[in-house]
Design a protein around this ligand. Structure first.
Ligand SMILES: NC(=O)c1ccc[n+]([C@@H]2O[C@H](COP(=O)([O-])OP(=O)(O)OC[C@H]3O[C@@H](n4cnc5c(N)ncnc54)[C@H](O)[C@@H]3O)[C@@H](O)[C@H]2O)c1
Length: 481
């Protein structure tokens, strides 16, 4: 069977599909490796065209009331819901993720962000500051043109999570999806136009890192929001700093999931599965360092190994498949190297292993020590590293001994302990007796090298707007001469 997901054109600039003038960008279906579309990168001139279109569209868009902008976003959310199956299928072709995931997690989470910010924007107000006779007030104003740059694991969700708060605050956006998953953002651009968004408000350029770099440094770009790895984040943050641009950095992690001896073990096993194997482990906030209290370690591992037997790897379009392929052969190779390094360092293989072809099964490595690479480096695949601990202070110190700080989880039935431990963990997004749930109402983001800024929730508004202070003189001006 030949599958085609060829879009009308590679880019979307000023309300229209435009063919890219740069290098070819083949899009492969990760399950079969077949080329399902061939796109072309944006040339530097086309990146400039997109930024100029965004700049030109911004004043009129910002002049609408927040409720009017919100209505466009809500209409886009309704269109996404109406096309849920078609969009989920495209997301599965683009990413290889099982259709049972893309139907519930990807576009639906994007639509939730569009609805949430549509409703929130009209409630954003300034302050009135009494100063005696005089007074001052603040206005929350848009930044201007925002650049969004995405990773390949949640391409459409990332596009919506960045576009929704940016656009509703009166900014416009040029979005560059990952070169591995370029299709969803083009759909979002079409849907926005159908929902009544003016041309130029949301534009899409395609390309690899150099196109991203050209976008970040284009003179009229006021803000850069990146979802990607820490090394890319350092480069993008540095480039943005040259122009004093605002940034949001959603980067990688090596997050701890701590299971105390009094935890409900079946619940903790469920959480460890979600924290390590959903989306074949390709999730930034994954709790890949699972700290198990020594009293329950073996029991936990044996329950986990038996649960993992129910995994169904295979055709991602089959609704019963719950574990898909890895995004690219190169990424699968890196994951296999990481597993091999763990075994060579003396870790014990509890289940899984290197797998075959595009598939790597859920893999659990136990008896690891904190200095092994499987416990220090982000693998970004279905590989869980189990570590054992004896007491609370020790596990907190070890959980924090990493440059990353994206997420953390604690499982215990002692709620006092849960809150005490969470308060001491150096992580931006935490869960107690849950893992990897990211509702739009809750701020999401990292500390330390995992990034800065927050997506989702009212907190995101601050990252897509700036305050103007206005002093109002109500009396005379008292000059010295
Ligand atoms: N914190 C989060 O919200 C979050 C979410 C998903 C993924 N991630 C992280 O993303 C990584 C996996 O994604 P990836 O492999 O696509 O990441 P990556 O860093 O390789 O690429 C991310 C994006 O940056 C672009 N890029 C690369 N170099 C650039 C440059 N110099 N200037 C501008 N743009 C550039 C890429 O083309 C891509 O679109 C993992 O580390 C994962 O943890 C983080």
């Amino acid at each position: 069977m030949t599958i085609s997901a060829q879009p009308a054109a590679s880019l979307f600039i000023d309300g229209r599909p435009v063919e890219g003038q740069g290098a070819a960008l083949p899009v492969r279906y990760p399950f079969t490796g077949e080329v399902i579309a061939t796109l072309h990168e944006a040339s530097t001139g086309q990146v400039a065209d997109a930024c100029r279109a965004a700049k030109a569209a911004q004043p009129a868009w910002a002049a609408l009331s927040p409720a009017e902008r919100g209505r466009v976003l809500s209409r886009a959310a309704r269109i996404i819901e109406a096309r849920a199956e078609e969009l989920a299928r495209l997301e599965t072709l683009d990413t290889g993720k099982p259709i049972q995931e893309t139907l519930v997690a990807d576009w639906p989470s994007g639509a939730a962000a569009l609805d949430f910010f549509a409703g929130l924007a009209p409630t954003v107000t300034g302050q009135m500051i009494p100063l005696g006779q005089d007074w001052a007030y603040t206005r929350r104003e848009p930044l201007g043109v925002c650049a969004g740059i995405g990773a390949w694991n949640y391409p459409s969700q990332i596009a919506c999570w960045k576009a929704a708060p940016a656009l509703v605050m009166g900014n416009t956006m040029v979005f560059k999806p990952s070169e591995e998953t370029p299709l969803g953002a083009l759909k979002l651009a079409e849907i926005f136009i159908e929902a009544g968004m003016p041309p130029g408000v949301f534009n899409v350029v395609q390309g690899r890192g150099e196109v991203g770099a050209a976008l970040v440094t284009y003179p009229n770009v006021a803000k850069v929001s990146l979802t990607g790895s820490v090394p890319t984040g350092r480069r993008v943050y540095a480039a943005a700093a040259e122009g004093m641009r605002h940034v949001t950095m959603e980067l990688g992690g090596k997050s701890p999931l701590i299971v105390f001896e009094d935890a409900d073990l079946d619940q903790a096993v469920s959480a460890a599965i979600l924290a390590n194997f959903y989306s074949s482990g390709q999730i930034c906030s994954n709790g890949t360092r699972v700290f198990l209290h020594e009293d329950i370690k073996e029991e936990f591992l044996s329950r986990l190994a038996s649960r993992v037997k129910a995994v169904r790897m295979g055709d991602p379009l089959d609704p019963t498949t719950n574990h898909g392929p890895i995004i690219t052969p190169a990424q699968a190779g890196k994951i296999r190297d990481a597993i091999a390094a763990g075994l060579a360092a003396g870790a014990r293989l509890v289940c899984g292993g290197p797998g075959e072809g595009a598939f790597i099964p859920p893999t659990v490595l136990a008896d690891a020590s904190d200095d092994m690479s499987i416990a220090t480096d982000e693998i970004f695949g279905p590989v869980m590293t189990a570590l054992s601990f004896a007491d609370e202070d020790e596990v907190i110190a070890r959980a924090n001994a990493t440059p990353f700080g994206l997420a953390a989880g604690v499982f215990t039935s002692d709620l006092t302990r849960a809150h005490r431990v969470i308060a001491r963990l150096e992580a931006g997004t935490c869960w107690i007796n849950a893992y990897n749930l990211t509702p739009v109402e809750m701020p999401f983001g990292g500390v330390k090298m995992s990034g800065l800024g927050r997506e989702n929730s009212a907190a995101a508004i601050e990252h897509y707007s700036q305050l103007k202070s206005v002093y109002v003189g109500m009396g005379g001006v008292d000059a010295p001469y």
